[in-house]
Design a protein around this ligand. Structure first.
Ligand SMILES: NC(=O)C1=CN([C@@H]2O[C@H](COP(=O)(O)OP(=O)(O)OC[C@H]3O[C@@H](n4cnc5c(N)ncnc54)[C@H](OP(=O)(O)O)[C@@H]3O)[C@@H](O)[C@H]2O)C=CC1
Ligand SMILES: CC(C)(CO)C(=O)C(=O)O
Length: 314
C-alpha cells in the first residue's frame, strides 16, 4: 500500500511511522523544511510513551511536486485552516482510485477534501491519542491503552477491503484501529469534537496541559459546560455522542495528564490555530440549529484574541 502523509507534523509523523511499521510504503510531505531535512538525513525518531525512541528510515519531501507516483491513500494531517491548500497541492498524487482520509480534529475537513478528490473515496475519522514534535525529525506520542483510531467512508455504509487493510496495517503496528460503518462514525467524531472543544482551547488560554487545569475545582465545570453545548448541537442534528464517558478528572497515571493539546501547542508556538474547525464550527452549527453555545463562543473568541495579539502579550 502506497500512502502519502500530507502534513507530517506531530500526528502525521506518528501515524506515518505506524503505517511503515505495519508494512506500507509511506511518503511524508510537509513544508516544514528543518523537519523534512532532519528526516531525510537522520530518519524519523519516534518515542511512544516512556519507551526508548526508535529510528525509522523514511521518504520525506517538502512538496508533492517532488513525487511522481500515484498513491493508494493520501492521509491529510494538517491543521484545518490548511486543509484546502494542502488538498490542492497534493492533487497530482491522486487518480480516481485514490482514497483520501482525514483523521484531523474538528468538522468540515472531509467536505473540503470532497471538493478536490473522488467523493466516493473520502474517509473521515478520529485519532484519540496525542503527540508533539520534540525537535525537527523527532516526535513523541502519548498513547493510552484504550486510545483508538476509527474511520469510515463518507458515502458508503460498509467498509470495503481497502479500508479494512488500512486499519489492519495500523493494527499490525500495535495500534487499535477500526474501519467502521458510515452510520457509526458521526457519534465518534462528535464525541471527539466535544473532547477537543472542552479541552484544547481551555489549555490554550490557561497555558496548561490537560491534567493540571482539569483537576482544579474551576476547570472541570467549565469543561463540562462546553462539552454539554457540543452534545446539544450534535443532538440537534440527530447525532448521539458515543458513549465514552462525560468529562471527568484526568488521573495522573493517564498519558494525557501532561499532554499539551494541539491548539495549545499552536498558541505556544504563536501560530494560527484551527479553532474555527472546532469550537468555531460548533458555534456556527449552533446558530443554524437554534442551540445556544455561549461557552464555546467565549472560549473560541478568547483564543482568537490571543492569536491576533501574540506580540502584545505580557
Ligand atoms: N497533536 C495532537 O496531539 C493531536 C492532533 N490532532 C489533529 O491532527 C491534525 C494535525 O495536528 P498536529 O500534527 O498536531 O499538527 P502539526 O502542526 O504538528 O503538524 C501539521 C503540519 O502540517 C504542515 N502543513 C501546513 N500546510 C501544509 C500543506 N499545505 N501541505 C503539507 N503540510 C502542511 C505544517 O507545517 P507548518 O508548521 O510549516 O505550517 C505542520 O508541520 C490537526 O487537525 C489536529 O487537531 C489529533 C489528535 C491529537
Ligand atoms: C487532546 C487530544 C489528544 C485528545 O483530545 C487532541 O486531540 C489534541 O491534542 O488535539
Amino acid at each position: 500500500m502506497k500512502i502519502a502523509i500530507v502534513g507530517a507534523g506531530a500526528m502525521g509523523s506518528i501515524l506515518g511511522a505506524h503505517f511503515i511499521l505495519g508494512g506500507a510504503k509511506v511518503y511524508f510531505i510537509d513544508p516544514f523544511e528543518a523537519h523534512i531535512k532532519a528526516m531525510q538525513e537522520n530518519g524519523l525518531k519516534i518515542r511512544i510513551n516512556q519507551e526508548e525512541p526508535r529510528n525509522l528510515k523514511v521518504t520525506a519531501v517538502t512538496s508533492a511536486d517532488q513525487l511522481t507516483e500515484k498513491m493508494d491513500l493520501i492521509l491529510f494531517m494538517v491543521k484545518g485552516l490548511y486543509t484546502a491548500s494542502a488538498a490542492e497541492s497534493a492533487r497530482k498524487l491522486a487518480d480516481e482510485k485514490t482514497y483520501c482520509m482525514t483523521l484531523q480534529n474538528g468538522v468540515g475537513n472531509a467536505e473540503i477534501l470532497a471538493e478536490y478528490y473522488n467523493r466516493q473515496r473520502i474517509l473521515a475519522g478520529i485519532v484519540e491519542f496525542g503527540g508533539r514534535i520534540e525537535e525537527p525529525g523527532s516526535v513523541s506520542a502519548l498513547i493510552n491503552p484504550a486510545a483508538k483510531i476509527a474511520f469510515a467512508s463518507t458515502t458508503e455504509e460498509e467498509p470495503d477491503e481497502f479500508m479494512q487493510e488500512t486499519a489492519d496495517t495500523l493494527v499490525r503496528a500495535g495500534l487499535k484501529a477500526f474501519a467502521m460503518k458510515k452510520s457509526q462514525i458521526d457519534s465518534i467524531i462528535w464525541f471527539k469534537l466535544a473532547k477537543n472543544c472542552s479541552g484544547n482551547p481551555i489549555c490554550a488560554v490557561t497555558r496548561l496541559p490537560l491534567g493540571p487545569y482539569n483537576n482544579t475545582e474551576e476547570g472541570l465545570p467549565i469543561e463540562k459546560a462546553v462539552f454539554e453545548e457540543v452534545e446539544a448541537v450534535a443532538n440537534a442534528q440527530g447525532i448521539k455522542l458515543a458513549d465514552q464517558g462525560a468529562p471527568h478528572k484526568i488521573p495522573k497515571e493517564s498519558q494525557m495528564y501532561y499532554h499539551l493539546p494541539s491548539t495549545a501547542q499552536d498558541v505556544k508556538a504563536k501560530k494560527k490555530t484551527e479553532i474555527d474547525f472546532i469550537n468555531g464550527a460548533v458555534v456556527r452549527l449552533g446558530k443554524r440549529y437554534g442551540v445556544p453555545t455561549p461557552y464555546n463562543h467565549m472560549i473560541a473568541a478568547l483564543v482568537k484574541i490571543i492569536e491576533q495579539n501574540y506580540d502584545n502579550q505580557f
